[in-house]
Design a binder for this molecule. Structure first.
Ligand code: ATP
Ligand code: MG
Length: 800
């Protein structure tokens, strides 16, 4: 209770007097910034209002002006305004901006945040109404799953056939639709082998017993309370006199009901959104809520904004043309009176690494002012990716060249949970004495080794003065850890020993000048499996891959993709050791501090943001639009992907650069990719096709992009043909026909005497001898060495 009472005292009458006084000084400054339609929307404070408008038309800006107007002009108290934003970060940004000119809201909005954060605050105040204590815990996905598993056991459900994660996602879906167990419709009765509804009911009971809620409950419980306790609802209807919602197109049914209940009496609700930017359908968001608004709030004032203030005409035209491909949309036209600026830039690359390298160079050039009309600062630049695994190439490149960057809305690649787990396995395989790594993975995935078993391992290791692995072995051998846990532990220890042996081939005692990587003579033969295969074996045999495959949460596929990308990355190194070293070195390069940084984030996380220069890499069919999304949701999925493309392009103010790579590595093998179908949808007049460096040196940009323009540019270029010839992989056909052909990476390397080459470690050099898959190279700096050919690239492919 206290927070509200405190606030009441805090926001006394003197405050609104002060606010009024301020208003007379800076009267309406925030309105002067607005155009006529925006101003009408900001000033129309009573009754329902819907601002339905395209990207960059000032919806968020209008929302802020409206807050200022309510407070300054109408004496509304900050705490009487409920403002829902999409992320906590957006809430913080808005709060900061509201404090300064022209808004001048001195008392921060207490009730500004996401649906979840606001609901959590409210639920603490009324927990007893849904049989909870106010100190309830909010479960994370892991706890939630553990709970479901217990339930399945009690109910004799076969976990193998009916994965608990499937149940978790079904329940989540019901919660998104605001359905308590008794309200789940008969049509869903068959869910989860006819047991879904009953298990859902049991799960809710169990949560109550534990005094816990999951994420979905935060909203669901509040909706239930509002529906069943009129007095509580009325209290909040009185308190929250004005309700404002940003990014309204991404609300789900539960959120919609929550809003409708709260606004039900005074109907002072203002929602702003853009149906073309609805990108959370996969999480239960319903664009239909926009259409429903006018029905539920009859007489709603609807404002459409058409002038875009963010982007140049070329960028806007490109975005508009792409989104026109969607059938289910309300349809609106945008215009701008901004200066023409640059065309949208399109470029194709040989592979993802080159794409990252090129973007790094472009950023340098932009920053130094050697490209474009003005120097663009690092914090004015963003790289927006479709899938988070794409970030790895950029992070690696930027760390290597010392380009400051930050990852928004998630951890950096090498800091992700699954990447750290996988690397802990690799570390342990390479150095079995790495106790920290052992601690991390001993019970990941779950092996039934709880605190007690882990303490036994620690103690045994300490008593014997050995590493944890050895301690574990002794503990198992002596029966100190028994049962299922003991068996699983033995499997792990045996596995680690087996994988460790696989890092080497048979020992050979020869004087040979072939080097692996550190100049030392080769002491072992080639391992029988490559380190890339070994990495995959480790992840699979340890049960780690399966751990994520069985997970049915929305994040799980992304984590699996990150693991794939990790394995791909190994191709750049000669062995696991070299790779691990690289990671610790690049992570060390990272500059801390508050200096300007390039932002890297997913398209989803970029909603609502804007940057002078935006890079959109990886526009390849399958990656973007995402194959998974199309497989799962067909045309609906494709349209959601197209909206993501629209969101991406419309983040750019001055420069928008779209790129794709002709090849991506998948598990260390080349797979060729088709340029995204969205590239076809870019309007020719507004796009400039750039010539990639190195690969096509001297070639002219090809005009005409009717059919996958870049494809024409790339695949008809002399560079491409040369590569084709050298690889001998594609035959005479174009990649379009050989789509999804898997090419062995090792086959890419066929060098000729005298050819200039590049090696990751030794730099540039000339080929002076060839012997099987070993190449003798006279390196400019490192002298003559024999290296394995697969770690060499032809110089032309390395456009430094
Ligand atoms: P999105 O759909 O991407 O969330 P939005 O409609 O919320 O976009 P805003 O972020 O509010 O748009 O505004 C886009 C940009 O245009 C901002 O930089 C904003 O300051 C500017 N802007 C908006 N309206 C005006 C105006 N009337 N005059 C000048 N600049 C404006
Ligand atoms: Mg906005």
């Amino acid at each position: 209770m206290s927070s509200f009472d405190e606030m009441d005292a805090f926001e006394g009458a003197s405050l609104s007097q002060r606010a009024m006084a301020r208003f007379s000084q800076s009267e309406g400054l925030y309105l002067e910034d607005l155009n006529q339609s925006q101003r009408e929307a900001a000033e129309q404070v009573e009754g329902p209002l819907l601002i339905l408008a395209g990207a960059g038309t000032g919806k968020t800006k209008t929302l802020m002006a409206r807050v200022a107007h309510l407070v300054q002009k109408h004496g509304v108290k900050s705490r009487e305004i409920l403002a829902v934003t999409f992320t906590n970060k957006a809430a913080k940004e808005m709060r900061d901006r509201l404090e300064v000119t022209p808004y001048e809201i001195k008392e921060p909005l207490k009730w500004m945040g996401t649906f979840h954060s606001i609901s959590a605050k409210l639920l603490r105040r009324h927990a007893e109404l849904v049989d909870l204590n106010s100190n309830f815990t909010i479960l994370d996905a892991d706890d939630q799953l553990r709970l479901l598993k217990q339930l399945l056991k009690v109910n004799n459900v076969d976990e193998k056939r009916w994965p608990p994660r499937l149940l978790a996602s079904i329940i989540d879906d019901w919660k998104n639709r605001a359905l308590t167990p008794d309200k789940v419709p008969a049509a869903d009765a068959g869910a989860y082998n006819n047991k879904g509804i009953e298990l859902y009911a049991q799960y809710q009971t169990r949560l109550r017993e534990l005094n816990a809620v999951d994420f979905g409950d935060l909203l669901l419980h509040m909706v239930t309370i509002f529906q069943t306790h009129q007095d509580v609802l009325e209290q909040y209807q009185r308190w929250f006199r004005y309700i404002l919602v940003d990014e309204y197109q991404d609300t789900n049914v539960a959120q919609y009901l929550w809003l409708r209940l709260l606004a039900g009496a005074h109907k002072n609700i203002c929602c702003v959104g853009d149906d073309d930017q609805s990108i959370y359908g996969w999480r239960g968001a319903e664009v239909g809520n926009i259409l429903r608004f006018e029905k539920d709030f009859p007489g709603a004032y609807v404002v459409r904004l058409e002038q875009n203030y963010r982007s140049t005409p070329h960028i806007l035209a490109a975005a508009s043309n792409v989104i026109r491909g969607n059938e289910s949309r309300l349809g609106k036209e945008l215009w701008t009176d901004a200066e023409e600026g640059e065309k949208v830039r399109l470029i194709g690359h040989w592979d993802g690494e080159e794409e990252a390298r090129w973007i790094g160079e472009e950023i340098d050039a932009m920053q130094g002012g050697t490209r474009g009309v003005r120097p663009i600062g690092l914090d004015e630049i963003a790289i927006l990716v479709r899938a988070s695994h794409q970030m790895r190439a950029f992070e690696d490149r930027f760390l290597t060249i010392g380009l400051p960057y930050k990852v928004i809305g998630g951890p950096r690649f090498y800091e992700r949970m699954e990447i750290r787990d996988a690397m802990a396995y690799f570390r342990l395989v390479v150095s079995p004495g790495d106790d920290l790594a052992f601690e991390r993975i001993v019970n990941t995935p779950k092996r039934g080794l709880g605190d007690k078993a882990q303490q036994t391992i620690q103690m045994t290791a300490r008593e014997n003065g050995v590493s944890l692995i050895d301690g574990a072995r002794i503990a198992v051998d002596n029966g100190l850890i028994k049962g299922k846990g003991g068996k699983a532990l033995r499997e792990l220890i045996d596995g680690l020993a087996r994988w460790n042996a696989m890092t080497r081939g048979p020992r050979i005692e020869v004087e040979d000048d072939t080097v692996i990587d550190d100049g030392a003579p080769m002491r072992f033969g080639e391992p029988e499996v490559s380190h890339i295969e070994l990495a995959q074996i480790i992840l699979d045999e340890s049960g780690y891959t399966a751990h994520w495959q069985n997970e049915k949460t929305p994040e799980a596929p992304g984590r699996l993709e990150n693991l794939k990308e990790l394995v791909n990355q190994l191709d750049n190194f000669e062995n696991l050791q070299g790779f691990l070293e690289h990671v610790s070195l690049v992570m060390d390069n990272e500059q801390e501090g508050d200096g300007a940084k390039v932002s890297i984030m997913t398209l989803h996380a970029a909603k609502g943001l804007e940057f002078p220069s935006v890079f959109l890499p990886g526009w390849e069919d399958g990656l973007f639009p995402s194959q998974r999304s199309m497989d799962e949701s067909g045309l609906k999925g494709l349209e959601e992907e197209r909206r993501l493309a629209y969101v991406g392009i419309t983040r750019a103010e001055e420069v928008c650069t779209i790129s794709f790579a002709a090849n991506r590595r998948v598990f260390g093998q080349w797979q060729n990719a088709m340029p995204s179908r969205f590239i076809d949808e870019l309007p020719e007049d507004h796009v400039e096709v750039l010539t990639p460096p190195g690969l096509y040196g001297g070639g002219q940009p090809t005009a005409g992009i009717e059919t996958r323009a870049a494809e024409a540019n790339v695949y008809n270029s002399p560079g491409w043909k040369r590569l084709q010839a050298r690889q001998g992989q594609y035959g005479t056909s174009q990649p379009r026909e050989s789509r999804n052909t898997v090419i062995d990476a090792t086959a890419l390397a066929s060098f000729t005497l005298g050819e200039r080459v590049f090696h990751q470690k030794f730099g540039y050099g000339a080929v002076i001898g060839i012997e099987g898959d070993k190449v003798e190279v006279d390196f400019d700096k490192a002298g003559t060495k024999k290296v394995v050919s697969r770690f060499l690239s032809a110089k032309d492919d390395v456009p430094f």
